[in-house]
Ligand binder design. Structure first.
Ligand code: ADP
Length: 915
């Protein structure tokens, strides 16, 4: 029975596989030695291990068995495994696989051949069967390879297409990169410079290089001219430096010109079919033209123009976008450059202005420094000559003057005399100009500066004679003369001159005027200082004299026997002399602590008002303007002190400065006065008795009662009688004075009628009046109040006053008596002290007699005082009458005073209290 192929294969599996693998191994071991390891690289990069190869052969062998059994699936699967034997190039895959199968066929036929030898009849059938399977496997491998090859071919095609597309993209990307880098370069280039020519160059060259068009040109607008002007042009064939810029201009409103159109619309213009006639000189036929406006901040500055023969580049959208962005970069940069240029030119102007101003300031500073130096000089010296010398040379230096002088006004003569001459320290004071004469005189008169370009042509110029001693005088040239005025007073004139005609300008004048103000002030100050110095010296001398006087007064005050206390206007005690301390029996310290009113309050107690210090200080003068005066007498222990209080008035203005009290110890005077009064009283009394006898007996003798008397005897007896009566009158007066002084006068005060009293007195005086042929008039108004007085004493008063008027009036005089009612205000202020307010009767006795000198008006009321007058001897008299009248009137509560003009007459006025 025939053994089926499948079982034959199973049977021979070990033998066949071993031989097949053995065939495989050396080849694959050798192949493995080529690789870095013993493994072969698979398609996916993995390695094929030898064991794995054995397993694959084993699997194919199993596939053969299954195929022998009629199922080819297993063989198909195992054959697909063979792909792992593909090298990564895959080129020798199919032949190697076919060789592998062919090897197996050879081995199998070898084994079948051995079986032929063993006479196995089926060996050939088996072989044919096996060949079928091998053929199947071969076909299968080929099919699989072909389909793989087809797939690979398709993939290859796809890959080629992919590569082509990638290449295209890469090219586009290269272009974009080129554009981007060009834009970058442009922007870097533009950023690196603000020079607009360089910027134009950068944009043009870069665009030409990037686009390789036939030409690139840049046009800029000239707004003022209303046109566009070419500013740069590039062509690939011409070196940029050799390319000349044509002198092309297009009007901005040229209707169909592409460039003008792009400029007007701000839109890119591209035209392949340009009408050449409508274009400006720039157009080259038959080029495609692209005009891209240069826009920055919404305004069109110019246009970039590119020309290309076929328009391949210019029509491409990407290229257009590139040109647009380059144009926008350029426009911004051009605008910046323009602004920068503006700023730079502005800066340049500014710098120039600064330089000019700096120069001006420099000049100003120099000027100020000089003025300052002058001011310093002026403030540092009060020597007028030095000051003038130094400031004159400083100001001359400042304005570059060659000659100069300062003339000062001599107030006594009204002449301007040169006091400082430039470059001369001596020999000044020779040139005199009256005010109004010459330029100097004119300046002084007008108080205005003069800027004379050439004095030779100035009508005011007065040429001085040649001064041999001090060199030449100016004959011509420029001159500045300015008045020196300080505190509105002209001090003098400053003159500066230069031989060169027109040398000085207004700036010089301004400087000189500025300096002149300072110099004038300096001179003024120096003069004031001199005055002050003299003043101080005078004051010092006066002070010395005063001090001497004060120390003299002090010495006098110290050595005075009268006490003196001086107070200020507030009553505070200022000075007390030792005599005051002694008289008042109080230590100086105590007296200094009190003020004067307080002192008088303590000394006078209730009578303090007799010495009203405050009143005196506030009103130191009476109505006539004479200093007021108060006095009082006080008792200190056993001593009598008289105090007199006077105001202290300043020398010049007679303003009250305080008060002065003088204390005199009059104890002895009072005592001797008392003794004298007593003595006079006693003597008078003792004299009156014998006088009465003399008078009485003389009267008897005259009457002839004691026997006849002859004429001579009668005459003598008459003289005796008259003298006796005079003596009795004197004695009576003395007795009255004594009574008044001792306060023992007895008064019988009652209401009296003036007319009544007067009639007695007038009757008594009538003979005398007649004898002296006087005219007496009496005027008593009706209703005149009665007066309050002692009748006898009132008669005595009236008699005294009227008899004085009769005595001291030359013969044939006029005597008038007038009475009227008044108030206390009618009494002179000096006498009003102590006068009670109320109604008074004033009696005025007026005569046309010899009159009384002003300084004697008060003295006649003193005892025994008689004035020197022509009627003194004829009138006779003792000088006691008025000294009785005044105290008696005062005892009645009235006052008496006299008004008189020497040689013209007197009026004795008396007021008595009215009832
Ligand atoms: P007597 O008249 O006795 O001298 P009086 O005291 O009356 O003394 O007067 C004093 C002096 O005053 C007089 O000596 C005289 O110088 C002056 N006198 C008085 N009354 C008048 C008068 N009416 N006119 C001029 N001088 C007068």
């Amino acid at each position: 029975m025939t053994q089926p192929l499948a079982s034959w294969l199973k049977q021979r599996q070990k033998q066949l596989l071993q031989r097949w693998i053995a065939l495989l191994e050396p080849e694959h071991v050798a192949a493995g030695s080529v690789s870095s390891s013993d493994e072969e690289l698979r398609e996916d990069g993995a390695t094929v291990h030898p064991d794995e190869q054995r397993v694959m052969l084993d699997a194919i062998y199993s596939g053969f068995i299954h195929a022998a059994n009629g199922s080819s699936d297993q063989l198909d699967k195992s054959l697909r495994l063979l792909r792992v034997f593909r090298n990564h190039g895959g080129e020798d895959e199919l032949p190697r696989h076919l060789a592998l199968i062919a090897q197996f066929r050879r081995i199998s036929w070898d084994v079948l051949a051995t079986e032929q030898a063993t006479k196995d009849p089926d060996w050939y059938t088996r072989g044919v069967e096996l060949d079928h399977i091998i053929e199947y496997a071969t076909v299968k491998l080929s099919e699989s390879w072909v389909s793989l090859a087809a797939t690979t071919t398709r993939e290859l095609l796809e890959t080629r297409l992919l590569v082509e597309s990638l290449t295209r993209d890469a090219e586009a990307s290269d272009r974009t990169t080129l554009h981007v880098s060009t834009i970058n370069e442009i922007s870097r280039g533009l950023a690196s410079t603000f020079d607009s020519a360089s910027q134009i160059k950068i944009v043009g060259e870069k665009l030409l290089r990037a686009l390789e068009t036939a030409s690139v040109a840049i046009w800029q607008s000239d707004l003022a001219a209303g046109c566009l002007r070419i500013v740069g042009r590039w062509e690939p064939s011409v070196q940029p430096d050799e390319m000349s810029i044509p002198d092309w201009i297009i009007r901005s409103d040229a209707a169909d010109d592409l460039i003008a159109c792009a400029f007007r619309t701000g839109e890119m213009q591209i035209d392949a079919h340009v009408s050449p006639e409508a274009q400006g000189p720039w157009y080259h036929e038959p080029f495609v033209v692209l005009a891209m406006p240069l826009i920055s901040q919404a305004s069109v500055q110019g246009v970039i123009v590119l020309q290309e023969l076929n328009g391949q580049v210019l029509n491409a959208r990407a290229e257009q976008e590139f040109i647009r962005s380059a144009a926008s970069q350029a426009a911004i940069a051009f605008e910046s450059a323009r602004l920068y240029e503006e700023v730079r030119s502005f800066n340049a102007v500014l710098e120039q202005r600064i330089a000019e101003r700096t120069h001006e300031l420099q000049v100003e500073r120099d000027t100020l420094e000089t003025l300052n130096a002058i001011a310093l000089e002026i403030s540092s010296t009060l020597d007028e000559h030095l000051l003038m010398q130094h400031s004159l040379s400083a100001i001359a230096r400042l304005v570059g003057a060659e000659h100069g002088s300062i003339s000062l006004l001599e107030r006594e003569t009204e002449h301007l005399v040169d006091r400082a001459v430039l470059g001369r320290t001596e020999g000044v004071g020779y040139t005199r100009f009256p005010i109004g004469r010459g330029i100097i005189g004119w300046v002084a008169q007008q108080r205005r500066a003069v800027l004379a370009p050439d004095v030779a042509h100035d009508p005011r110029w007065v040429e001085l004679p040649e001064d041999e001693e001090h060199g030449r005088k100016q004959r011509g040239g420029a001159l500045i003369a300015v008045p020196l005025i300080a505190h509105h007073e002209l001090q003098g004139v400053l003159v500066l001159s230069h031989d060169q005609v027109g040398f000085f300008n207004e700036e010089h004048q301004r400087l000189v005027e500025a300096a002149a103000n300072q110099i004038a002030t300096g001179i003024y100050n120096a003069l004031i200082y001199q005055q002050l110095e003299q003043d101080l010296l005078r004051r010092y001398e006066m002070q010395q004299i005063q001090q001497q006087a004060v120390s003299q007064s002090q010495a006098i005050l110290q050595s005075l026997s009268d006490g003196v206390i001086v107070c200020d206007s507030f009553g505070s005690v200022l000075t007390v002399n030792p005599a005051a301390e002694r008289i008042l029996e109080r230590p100086i310290d105590e007296l200094l602590i009190w003020n004067m009113p307080e002192l008088f309050r303590r000394l006078l107690a209730r009578r303090a008002e007799e010495l009203p210090v405050e009143d005196l200080i506030s009103e130191p003068r009476d109505a006539q303007g004479n200093p007021r005066f108060f006095s009082a007498t006080i008792q200190i222990g056993t001593r009598v002190v008289s105090i007199s209080l006077n105001p202290v008035l300043s020398n010049e203005k007679h303003t009250p400065m305080g008060a002065l009290a003088v204390f005199r110890d009059i104890t002895r005077e009072v005592e001797s006065d008392r003794l004298k009064t007593e003595f006079i009283g006693t003597v008078s009394h003792e004299l009156r008795t014998p006088m009465t006898s003399i008078k009485g007996f003389t009267q008897l003798l005259v009457m002839g009662s004691l026997g006849p008397v002859n004429e001579t005897q009668r005459e003598f007896l008459g003289i005796i009688q008259t003298n006796a009566e005079r003596m009795i009158a004197i004695i009576n007066d003395l007795l009255d004075i004594t009574k008044i002084e001792t306060g023992t006068v007895e008064l019988d005060l009652r209401s009296l009628h003036l007319a009544e009293a007067l009639s007695n007195v007038v009757m008594e005086l009538q003979p005398k009046i007649q004898e002296r042929t006087h005219e007496l008039s009496i005027s008593i108004p009706p209703g005149l109040p009665l007066v309050r007085a002692d009748q006898r004493r009132f008669n005595q008063i009236l008699y005294n006053l009227l008899s004085n008027a009769v005595k001291y009036t030359h013969r044939g005089g006029q005597i008038a008596l007038e009475a009227h009612e008044v108030t206390q205000d009618a009494v002179p202020e000096a006498l009003r002290e102590g006068l009670k307010p109320g109604r008074y009767v004033q009696i005025d006795i007026r005569d046309t007699g010899v009159g009384i000198a002003k300084d004697e008006l008060e003295r006649i009321f003193e005892r025994f005082y008689r004035t020197e007058n022509p009627l003194k001897v004829e009138a006779g008299g003792t000088g006691l009458g008025l000294s009785l009248v005044r105290p008696l009137v005062q005892l009645f509560g009235g006052r008496v005073w006299v008004e008189s003009i020497l040689g013209e007459g007197s009026t004795f006025c008396m007021v008595l209290p009215a009832i």
